[in-house]
Write a protein that binds this ligand. Structure first.
Ligand code: NAD
Length: 249
């Protein structure tokens, strides 16, 4: 129960790694705001863990501000922010266009800026807080078929370090996890979108791990819970690979 009495907000909490994180943080004692694009799927996860469901579209600063104030009115000040919402459109970079760049970066990079910007001032004022960003090994080693996504995730890793430096004096830590291939709807969309090439891309990622297997959402949630807890009190600005040894940077 490392998070007893803490309040956490998870973006993209209705599915995959986000849902597993909501369950894990709640199991460790946190009261969790489960936020996502739509209320109904967020509500299903929240119902399991006596959490608070809310709508938060990370592409909108207004939506972020509204969700933060709703969650804080219901649960109290946010101690733990997990920037988890993510989105990709698989395809080779030569086949992308600027509208696609905007769609992918709006969620994966600008979304992390927007929600962090809504939560960090309060954390700094209270002189405590934990921010955990869900980046990706794609941001460290690059992922074929996901160039724009890789660029966004590399941006999240840079942001994590800069915020860690700025916020340390206020008792706030900021870290990231870098998952490898994890069995969720996001990754499984690659074969759906690209057919056989997508299947080969996923198999290539799994083959690049030292453990030669796909990861499960719970395995990422465990690393997020660690970074959110007092066990990580002297850890900030780090990016923890949860990727079966894919990058080892
Ligand atoms: N699955 C993998 O292999 C993998 C690997 C590395 C990193 N990640 C990262 O893990 C995080 C979670 O992804 P996942 O694999 O669990 O995928 P997922 O598709 O299961 O879940 C993503 C969630 O984000 C939500 N979302 C999408 N756009 C949003 C928006 N604009 N505002 C708010 N919520 C939004 C979706 O509704 C969904 O609930 C993402 O940041 C993803 O980039 C995943």
């Amino acid at each position: 129960m490392r998070l007893e009495g803490r309040v956490a907000l998870v973006t993209g909490g209705a599915s995959g790694i986000g849902a597993a994180t909501c369950r894990r943080l709640a199991a460790e004692g946190a009261r969790v705001a489960v936020s996502d694009l739509n209320l109904e799927p967020a509500g299903e996860v929240a119902a399991e863990i006596s959490g608070f469901p809310c709508v938060l579209d990370v592409r909108s600063t207004d939506s972020a501000a509204r969700a933060v104030s709703e969650a804080e009115a219901e649960l109290g000040p946010i101690d733990v922010l997990v920037n988890n919402a993510g989105y990709d459109e698989f395809g080779f970079f030569v086949n992308t266009d600027p509208e696609m760049w905007d769609r992918v970066l709006a969620v994966n990079l600008r979304g992390v800026l927007a929600v962090t910007h809504a939560v960090l001032p309060g954390m700094q004022q209270r002189r405590r807080g934990r921010i955990v960003n869900v980046a990706s090994e794609a941001g460290r080693v690059g992922s074929q078929g996901s160039a724009v996504y890789s660029a966004g995730k590399a941006g999240v890793i840079g942001l994590t370090k800069a915020v860690a430096r700025e916020a340390a004096r206020y008792g706030v830590t900021c870290n990231a996890v870098a998952p490898g291939p994890i069995e969720t709807p996001l990754l499984m969309a690659a074969p759906e979108q690209l057919g056989e090439i997508g299947e080969r891309l996923v198999a290539g990622m799994v083959g690049s791990t030292a453990m030669r297997r796909i990861g499960q959402p719970d395995e990422v949630a465990a690393a997020i819970a660690y970074l959110a807890s007092d066990d990580a009190s002297y850890v900030t600005g780090e990016t923890l690979g949860v990727s079966g040894g894919l990058a080892m940077t």
